[in-house]
Design a binder for this molecule. Structure first.
Ligand code: OXC
Length: 309
């Protein structure tokens, strides 16, 4: 009886939960698992590159007490695999995530989507921190602006972007000034906190192989950064650009906080990896209890209504 829905580009997500791209979304079997789960409202594919990729050498993912560190390196089955999946009809909205290894790759990927008969949502990943030698595009404001100008000259389908975390209010101003120039359906924030390092004291060693142990951080330890990025971008972006809140969600209270900061929908990554699909049932129960206790019937009763003091 609670309304836990959200909308992006007029597409109704009956239930606010998605997977964070990269988690439980590389194979069609995993994607079907997500789509078939009642407490999942929509899915995001693993970011597709033009050609299939093995990704970085293992070990490349490590679970910590309060989150995760990963340097996967965009392992995926390639664009054709994912476009074939998302263009089939599905009961719930799909978001095709794509990641070029260069701006030219990004443009090529979007030309292919534009030429396809896929009519769903696309998300351009501008924030993978783990491709060796490649920067996170969305930290280059001029580069991002030039890329989006080139893309929107030909791309007429719904498009959002996956952003890295920003840590300076001026940087929020700068990326928002770029994004507000374009008819984006959404931004998905945050991607992992790039290039953290975990040290195992017993072995006196790093715990993942790529990049000498440097990897993107996820899970509870990034919640405060995720909330700040959702809030700051909600305060700065045009209302037409919705926000998918990703990062640090472990409890129903974390979900509630993301919505208070302005998220339209909420993704779960590390905690999905840790707990499996049942995480969505637990989060739904916990969120519903908080809403009921507060007398809320719908997410819109409190979305974006964070109080300041
Ligand atoms: O965008 C990404 N974010 C991550 O944290 N890891 C993956 C990856 O490494 O493939 N990509």
């Amino acid at each position: 009886n609670l309304d836990l829905s959200g909308q992006i580009n007029g597409q109704q997500f009956e239930h606010l939960f998605l997977n964070a791209s990269g988690v439980h979304c590389q194979s069609t079997t995993e994607l079907d698992d997500l789509l078939n789960h009642p407490a999942v409202g929509g899915i995001v594919t693993k970011s597709a590159t033009l050609e299939k990729r093995d990704g970085n050498p293992a070990p490349r993912y490590y679970e910590l007490a309060d989150g995760s560190i990963n340097s996967m390196g965009l392992p995926n089955f390639g664009y054709d695999y994912y476009i074939d999946y998302v263009k089939q009809s599905h009961a719930k909205p799909t978001i095709l995530s794509v990641a070029g290894l260069s701006a030219a790759d990004d443009v090529q990927l979007l030309h292919q989507i534009q030429a396809s008969d896929y009519a769903g949502l696309t998300e351009l990943n501008l924030s993978c921190p783990n491709v060796i030698g490649k920067p996170q595009m969305a930290y280059d404001y001029a580069g991002t602006e030039a890329l989006l100008k080139e893309i929107f000259a030909f791309f007429k389908k719904p498009l959002g972007v996956k952003l890295p975390p920003y840590f300076d209010l001026v940087h929020f101003d700068q990326i928002a000034a770029v994004l507000n120039q374009f008819p984006l359906t959404h931004v998905n924030t945050i991607n992992s906190v790039g290039n953290g390092l975990w040290v195992d004291v017993a072995s006196e060693s790093v715990v993942i192989k790529p990049k000498g142990g440097f990897g993107g951080l996820g899970g509870r330890m990034v919640l405060l950064t995720a909330l700040a990025n959702v809030r700051a971008l909600r305060q700065r972006l045009n209302d037409s650009i919705k926000i998918i809140g990703t990062g640090g969600v472990k409890t129903g209270a974390d979900v509630f906080a993301h919505i208070l900061c302005g998220a339209e929908l909420v993704s779960v990554g590390t905690q999905l990896q840790v707990e499996g699909l049942s995480v969505y049932d637990r989060l739904t129960t916990e969120l519903s209890r908080i809403m009921a206790d507060k007398g809320y019937h719908s997410l819109s009763d409190f979305r974006g209504k964070l109080k300041t003091i």
